[in-house]
Design a protein around this ligand. Sequence first.
Ligand SMILES: Cc1ncc(COP(=O)(O)O)c(C=O)c1O
Length: 373
Amino acid sequence: MWNSAHQHILNLTAYEPGKPVEELAREMGLDPSAIIKLASNENPLGPSPVALEAMIAMLQRSHFYPDGGAWALRNAIAQRLGVNRENIILGNGSNEIIEFIGHAFLEPGDEVITAKHAFAVYSLMAQLFGATTIEVADPGYTHDLDAMLAAITPKTRQLFIANPNNPTGTMVTQEAIDRFMASVPDHVLVIFDEAYFEFLDHAPDVLRYVREGRNVVVMRTFSKIQGLANLRIGYGIAPTKIAEVLQKTRQPFNANGIAQAGALAGLGDETHMRRTRVLTNEGREYLQAEFTAMGLHFIPSVANFVLLQVGDGDAVFQALLRRGIIVRAMRSYKLPDWIRVSVGTMEQNRRFIADLRALDQEGAIAHATKAAA
Ligand SMILES: Cc1ncc(COP(=O)(O)O)c(C=O)c1O
């Protein structure tokens, strides 16, 4: 039976997530509380206290199905963004929105355009629906929107712009986006993935294209700045007709009520978001300054993680694991000599740097020159 599955699914390599703390503790016989995870761009402060309170209250109502239409949360998001509730679709994480878009629009043989070092789930989802991913070179590890535009063919159905991008931490400017949007043909759905939007000081505005009714979906998530990654809740913002189509593809209760309650409460907690941004900025500056002091090549980031060139990324990843630190090896992103580290608390950042320095002294880290990189 098994080999009668669709060939494109048999060929699919599943997404490789950040290593869970519990798994490392089991494998290495370590105390979980001694392990630090800087692998999945999570919020080291956790969820907002008011979100926690709302979720605990909602736990008491676990025997009820959630509000499948998510009236309160969709209204609150829409109000904040200056769009209508009908423009908002919730996902079990923003990853699920990518799947909805595939369900609605992709057929075998279609083409999906991404940057060469874009977030991995875009091409996984394309493959799930039998589509082909066209990867466009990203000089300087930044999306090249002119080149992505030039890669469009009559078969192109979707084009992903992650802004800022994971794992590179780079972003494209308003000007580049506007130039791109002025020329992109109508048969292409443009997906702006803004999972890290709230960390930006000067964020481009792409919601104007939703309001104009263009062929766009903007994705955001509660997994990052809101610290609700475990709850799996994210959303898409799209012109009404596109949002209505996407609504047809989802399970009736895809966003659980505990996640909805936490997200709704968290959305109003400006203090928590501000604290997270301040911590992230401080931690990122610290990490990047330390990398510079160590003579290591990294990609300056605008998000809550940094891509760092270390030589043998897998070996450094393993060596850090043995020291109880989980980062992300980048081989699956076609970056075998890099690791990606998420910004943690200052205590975690300092411990990571101390261990990285120790590995450097042992000769485990290769120093790339910028020119060689
Ligand atoms: C660029 C990007 N988009 C989407 C996601 C998925 O987030 P979610 O937890 O909302 O599914 C991530 C998660 O790391 C990401 O980095």
